[in-house]
Ligand binder design. Sequence first.
Ligand SMILES: Nc1ncnc2c1ncn2[C@@H]1O[C@H](COP(=O)(O)OP(=O)(O)O)[C@@H](O)[C@H]1O
Ligand SMILES: O=P(O)(O)O[C@H]1O[C@H](CO)[C@@H](O[C@H]2O[C@H](CO)[C@@H](O)[C@H](O)[C@H]2O)[C@H](O)[C@H]1O
Length: 551
Amino acid sequence: MTTSPPFASPVAWSDAGQHTDIWSDLCQTLLPPYINTCRWFAGKARQQTGLQMRAVMPLLIDAESGKVAYLTILTVSYADGNPESYLLPLSFVSDRATKERTFGVADVPDKGRIGEVQLAGKAGLLIDAIYDERFRNALFNAIYDNQTMAMPEGQIRFQRGQGLDEGDRSLPSRVLPVDSSNSAMTFGDKYFMKLYRKLFRETNPEVDMVAFLTDVGQFTHIPAFGGSFVWERDGIADVTLGMVQRMVPNDKDSWGQTGDYLNDFLYAVPQRLFTIREDVFEKAELLGRRTGEMHNALYNPTASADFAPEPFTDEYRTFIINRFESLLEQRYTLLIDRYTELDPLAQRLAWVFMEAREMIEAFINDFRTRPLGSLRTRIHGDYHLGQVLATDTDFVIIDFEGEPESSITDRKIKHSPLKDVAGMIRSYHYAVSAKLFNSAETEDLDPAYLQRVSDRWFHLIRDTYLDAYFDTFGSPHPLFRNNNEINFLLLIYLLEKAVYELGYEISYRPSWVKIPLKGIIDVVTEIEKIRLSDGVTLSPDIPMLQKGLLR
Ligand SMILES: Nc1ncnc2c1ncn2[C@@H]1O[C@H](COP(=O)(O)OP(=O)(O)O)[C@@H](O)[C@H]1O
Ligand SMILES: O=P(O)(O)O[C@H]1O[C@H](CO)[C@@H](O[C@H]2O[C@H](CO)[C@@H](O)[C@H](O)[C@H]2O)[C@H](O)[C@H]1O
């Protein structure tokens, strides 16, 4: 990624920390196009109105040469809604470094290249510093050494956790080639470091969830905690910048493992054979059990207020209803804006969703008054197959950061654990839909046949997962009052998750939009069944689901 002519400034890279001009110039030139290519930048689908440099924090990355990188915080403003802040670490690699055969331009992959720059007459490349090994090492060693670094504003506190072993300083590192909401690095293939991209003025929930699950819940199916680094300022809430965990040796996550199993399934589909290997059921059962154990560990009536279980209060109901309404509003607006870019099937599904608006709103409204005796606790919050690493014989659950779209305060709200269960059920639905509807093997098959087969696979795996999950609680359990409440809450959370996913896919993977749309329509079909058998709950003047539009 290059620009021509290169960005030029009379200021040398090592002095740039004191010069605000260079940063405001970069915010007008190289940085906006760059961040719009990054997977971690969530504002791509929104109308951006400006980019400002909020903070510039120097970090010494090479003591001998005095080289620095900068941890910068960018604030992006939008035509609608609140601004967002992102962490972008920056490093400068001079052309000369390449000639001297030290770390150089050629070592930086395309996705890390921000643009060519000329600083105080020195030509080189401005890069995302995670691609500079010296920067990665500086972060890791600062955690190992429990350093505190004074910054122009406040300080960065690096804190080592129990999972980081003595002697493991200065390990070789690399950036993991995963495309996700944050950036992932490994050290000595023994430690995993996550650099948070979207920042909030609050401790990241991942840090307190992992601490609670390890110290109080004694839950062992998460990676051991290796430390964190946090930006601290007087009188302002801390901002978590990154975290280290033990690396879990795994071939793939459960999304990849389920995808492999689905390949076997897929090859038999054109021959009209329905075959699911016993291993697939065993894995779904084991995952149901591990999910139940995680929720048992999070259910602790004697825990401090942050984690103690709570009933379904009016305040919570209002929170869910308001969130649902604003999610729906945003999603309908996004769908209308992007409608012409959708493929024909997605367009038909989008119509059914739009026609179902009144029914969905009436269902959500029912949540306001329905008596609920179940309880709420802290939960994972963004639970799906990609958040579960598959080891040889078991599972390890990762990424307790919560939903990337929500504020940190909202991510700490207690929910029924069924919200996580709904997340995993949605994920099984995603896995089979993505495989059957996006593969060459099934391209020529009748879509109605594919849909039947896909639904059958999904229902069998979902029920296996659910049975194993509920078995871990024994019966009855204070978290779940009765089956009626379980069914109602699952529907609410399934619908909420699918509506959330719709926005996620429009922003990140438009060709996948039909998967959450189908998920929404399936839940609305279930709601309609309730409505037909219970004329009292929902008003009869609301139109029925317009499935005819799918033809
Ligand atoms: N402790 C770990 N050990 C090994 N790999 C991990 C570990 N934690 C995360 N990963 C890998 O990094 C990817 C991204 O991590 P995740 O926590 O999901 O980040 P994000 O918040 O960006 O979604 C995961 O999908 C997984 O492949
Ligand atoms: O893992 P993240 O915290 O970045 O979560 C976000 O990205 C997920 C995709 O990577 C997204 O998950 C959706 O797609 C998955 C398949 O790729 C599927 O298994 C999930 O069920 C579906 O929700 C997640 O919603 C988003 O928050």
